[in-house]
Design a protein around this ligand. Sequence first.
Ligand code: HPA
Ligand code: ZN
Length: 321
Amino acid sequence: MTTWPTAELHIHMEGTIEAGLLVELARRNDVRLPSYDPDVLTARYDFADLQSFLDVHYSNLAVLRTEQDFHDLASAYLRRAANAGVRRAEIFFDPQTHLGNGVPFEAVIGGFDAAIAEATQTTGISADLILCFLRDLGADAAMETLQAALPFRDSFIGVGLDSTEVGYPPSLFTEVYAKAAAEGLHRVAHAGEEGGPDYVLEALDLLKVERIDHGNRALEDPALVRRLRDERIPLTVCPLSNVALRTAPSDLAQHPLGAMIDAGLLVSINSDDPAYFGGDVAENYRAIESALSLDAAQLATLARNSFESAFATEHEKAAWI
Ligand code: HPA
Ligand code: ZN
């Protein structure tokens, strides 16, 4: 099977923390884990839904304390990503989690920036950061986070919205997204992972997002599907994540990606939180290739879609494809 050159547009930096690194950082910083055996830790990654994953995920992030830790996390991801065919990565991070753990912004951004510069130098990968707001912490906290991040404005290209979806509709974040737009930042949001098509509509109409992360439940609204197709609004789809969090059937052959392709939507393949969901972006391509019996032309279209959906100039994209 081919490893497709791709842009990875739906990847949470914190969700790339492999169990081996988790244990190493826990020892380095004297942080308690339920086990110090990576195999025992990964055996516990069995999730009923998004929230049961988020609970484990946020609790693990207590191991990240220093700029060096953030550097090591990003370096490990970027090295694996380059090997998996990723030419361009637009990487989410969740500063509120780290600020809540008493880690200053400087340590998070400093570590990530240094790792990205080194990886670009050694592998040629292009990468930028997208700052995500934790929707369950609410709109005021999101606005405070954006204000606190503005001194580091040159270190991220956009804002996103993640964490618990249902009960925290995009409409809550209209003001903070307007502020982000005024700062010249790109805008994306998780919508339609567990929330309904109305969340996707709100993200488009109120937050003015340029991409939808997941978007699976958009398929429930035919008028919305036509709009996504006609306006070529990118959906960043994460097949193995959807199976792991039970937002898609356990049989990948039933994954909504097939219907999205048939509807002519601009979909890309992504890994979301690869340390938890059983595979990097190349493994997501491979899984979907065999489950949906995709041919080389269809896979090439998915790879091309990822570059079309990226925040970059045509000139930059030409170098990656
Ligand atoms: N959904 C929402 N929040 C997240 C996810 C996700 O898939 N991964 C990490 N934070
Ligand atoms: Zn995600």
